[in-house]
Design a protein around this ligand. Structure first.
Ligand code: ZN
Length: 323
């Protein structure tokens, strides 16, 4: 377990009851307390436990143990916000997680029983989207798409100021088909955005084209430095992403598209050509503002905290749960 220095309070969380925020990732579980003044305390990181016989049960047990440790050290909280990956329906059931291996696990119910507190369960990408909308780069927007570009690609949607979840199934931008004759995707479809433009796809495509095995950030750096192979791979990823965002724009006309996740660390190397590519694909109608995510890798933890606060405040925007 390790600790980051305390994160400065972000505007907008506001005062309220203290809550526990938990963000479950593939390798680590981040845990932090949001205090009464809206300040997020130090984020503790625990290795995500694995047990093929009970993949979600061991995660809930690890969270309960982390919460008990915090309580023993004097922390007090009235609810828990829990962000989990995979597909999460609106009742807080982890429908499945390819990476962590669970299927149809009732997180809200089991976590509430293990922790003895009300629990708001939210999908990790939607948690990050919620945080960017309340506190970050989509603040004040009525309609927004917050896109996470990492190993996979997914989006959180805000429509009329509220998260839109499609019962838990909306936002699968990574599996929208952007090139019917494109590469096959891990999901079984052909030409998904994720198979062309995710960090994983960029690494694999660069290597398959004859480049060395380097990470996605390095492919982007090489593209910037003029490596023709890297430029081709990166530009095709940008164009596929612009194509996907053009569909989102045609359908939902968001005011702003916020780009987060590992690939967004590329900054202007992503934003500038993406804006240009999107403009070429949208000759009429509005074009959304493209912004880089403001909360970085802590967005999911902030979102979990906000979901817990919302639960106590009786807002049912994102998650519902009862002890
Ligand atoms: Zn797919």
């Amino acid at each position: 377990m390790s600790h980051d220095p305390a994160v400065a309070p972000a505007p907008g969380t506001g005062s309220g009851r203290s809550v526990l925020a938990v963000d479950v990732g593939g390798t680590q579980i981040k845990v932090a307390v949001l205090d009464e003044s809206g300040r997020l305390g130090p984020i503790a990181r625990h290795a995500t436990p694995r047990d093929p016989r009970d993949p979600a049960g061991v995660v809930v047990a690890a969270i309960a143990s982390a919460a008990a440790d915090l309580s023993a050290r004097g922390a007090r909280f009235s609810a828990v916000g829990l962000a989990v990956p995979g597909i999460v329906d609106d009742r807080g059931v982890g429908v499945h997680s390819t990476n962590l291996g669970w299927r149809d696990f009732p997180f809200t119910e089991r976590a509430a029983a293990a922790l003895g507190l009300p629990v708001a369960v939210v999908h990790d990408v939607r948690a990050a989207g919620l945080a960017e909308h309340r506190l970050g780069a989509a603040r004040g927007a009525a309609d927004a798409a917050i896109v996470t570009l990492g190993t996979g690609i997914a989006a959180a949607l805000i429509i009329d100021g509220r998260p839109y979840t499609g019962r838990g199934y909306a936002g699968e931008l990574g599996h929208s088909i952007v090139d019917p004759s494109g590469p096959s995707c891990r999901c079984g479809q052909t030409g998904c955005l994720e198979a062309i433009a995710s960090a994983r796809a960029i690494v694999e495509r660069y290597r398959a084209a004859g480049g060395p095995g380097v990470d996605a950030a390095e492919v982007v750096a090489r593209a910037q430095a003029g490596d023709p192979l890297a430029r081709r791979v990166w530009q095709s990823a940008i164009d596929a992403l612009a194509y996907g965002l053009a569909q989102v724009t045609a359908l939902l006309a968001p005011e702003v598209v916020v780009l987060g996740g590992g690939l967004s660390e590329s900054g202007d190397a992503l934003l500038l050509p993406l804006r240009e590519s999107l403009r070429r694909r949208r000759r009429h109608g509005v074009i959304p503002r493209l912004e880089r995510a403001a909360l970085g890798q802590d967005a999911g933890t902030w979102g979990a905290a906000i979901a817990a606060r919302d639960l106590l405040d009786g807002r049912d925007d994102v998650a519902r749960g009862t002890a």
